[in-house]
Design a protein around this ligand. Structure first.
Ligand SMILES: NC(=O)c1ccc[n+]([C@@H]2O[C@H](COP(=O)([O-])OP(=O)(O)OC[C@H]3O[C@@H](n4cnc5c(N)ncnc54)[C@H](OP(=O)(O)O)[C@@H]3O)[C@@H](O)[C@H]2O)c1
Length: 302
């Protein structure tokens, strides 16, 4: 029997790449799109051999019928509560009703099971959805990939290419931060979608890099050893983010409030992967830190 994989969020950056790899791996791919989805991206998906199905996530019967015969639902949706909790729950309930055996939620982040609730608004939404997932009659697999490698070019201020500095927190100069490119995360996720024995959590990192390691690499790539800039303790950083959040309650419902990148930077220094599942699927040529930095240096997206 053909493996039919249903992808929600297929028009997105990660979703498009997951579809491409699924098709390459011989799967039948069914992509859920909406009336407002970017038609150019929808056409690209169709041309690549993906079956396109327009849905309204609030139409349960419609969702159940497109889930029929599917072996795994891959959610690559991005957004806040109405997406991560509401739309994903609608999708999950339809998948369970249709008898789909497996579900990959749109986690694709740092391993938030190591973090306390309240430290990252976006991870808390994932946790809320996870509570429903754990009690549903379906086998779940989350992929934790750390940060997408391209965030290194954001100057957040982890790597500040203008100021030629690397931000770190007390005692964390050798802390290994997990990074994976979108392409590598997609390759791995496509394999995981076709792997009936995949466990509850899969942790990957294309490369793991500490502030000291990053400084050494800047010497090779930019011809100049960037300076490490201590930002105080991680606890002080966390308290600062909480203060900003308390002072601006409207930010909780905004996609990019002032503290959005700060909470991710905090998470990158607060949790990392101790054991990687990179080798679970052979043949993935993980993009290295050096190639990523070279791309940033040449103004190419990593
Ligand atoms: N670890 C990291 O550093 C990192 C960085 C960025 C993203 N991520 C995560 O990676 C995953 C994919 O992100 P991405 O950057 O690929 O996202 P993206 O490019 O913004 O794509 C988002 C997708 O979600 C769909 N969508 C948005 N709102 C929706 C709604 N209300 N109902 C149904 N579909 C909706 C969009 O479909 P339409 O075309 O219909 O709008 C689109 O296909 C997310 O979990 C995201 O948080 C991780």
């Amino acid at each position: 029997m053909d493996n039919i994989i249903l992808v929600a969020g297929a028009t997105g950056n990660l979703g498009g790449s997951v579809c491409k790899h699924l098709v390459k791996n011989g799967a039948r791919v069914r992509a859920l799109v909406r009336a407002q989805s970017d038609q150019e991206k929808v056409n690209e998906l169709r041309k690549s051999g993906v079956e396109i199905i327009a849905v309204n996530f609030a139409d349960e019967d419609g969702l159940v019928s497109v889930c029929k015969g599917v072996s795994c639902v891959v959610s690559v949706l991005a957004g806040l509560r109405e997406v991560i909790v509401t739309a994903q729950s609608q999708l999950l309930q339809a998948a369970v009703k249709a008898g789909v055996p497996r579900f990959i939620p749109s986690d694709f982040c740092t391993d938030f099971t190591q973090l306390k609730a309240g430290e990252n608004r976006n991870f808390d939404l994932r946790r809320e959805f996870q509570a429903l997932l754990e009690t549903s009659n379906i086998q779940a697999t989350s992929v934790f990939n750390g940060a997408f490698a391209y965030v290194l070019q954001y100057g957040i201020p982890l790597l500040d290419t203008k100021g030629k500095t690397i931000a770190y927190y007390s005692g964390k100069a050798d802390w290994q931060i997990d990074f994976t490119t979108i392409a590598d995360t997609a390759t791995f996720t496509a394999y995981a979608a076709l792997d009936d024995t995949a466990p509850r959590y899969l942790r990957i990192a294309g490369f793991q890099l500490s502030p000291n390691g990053l400084a050494a690499l800047t010497g090779r790539v930019f011809g100049e050893h960037f300076k490490l800039k201590e930002q105080g303790t991680l606890e002080q950083f966390s308290a600062y983010i909480q203060k900003l959040r308390t002072e601006n309650p409207d930010g909780e419902n905004q996609l990019y409030p002032q503290w959005q990148q700060m909470q991710y930077l905090y998470s990158m220094y607060a949790a990392h992967h101790h054991k990687l599942d990179n080798d679970r699927y052979p043949g993935i040529n993980w993009q290295t830190a050096e190639i990523t930095l070279n791309e940033i240096s040449n103004n190419k997206i990593a």
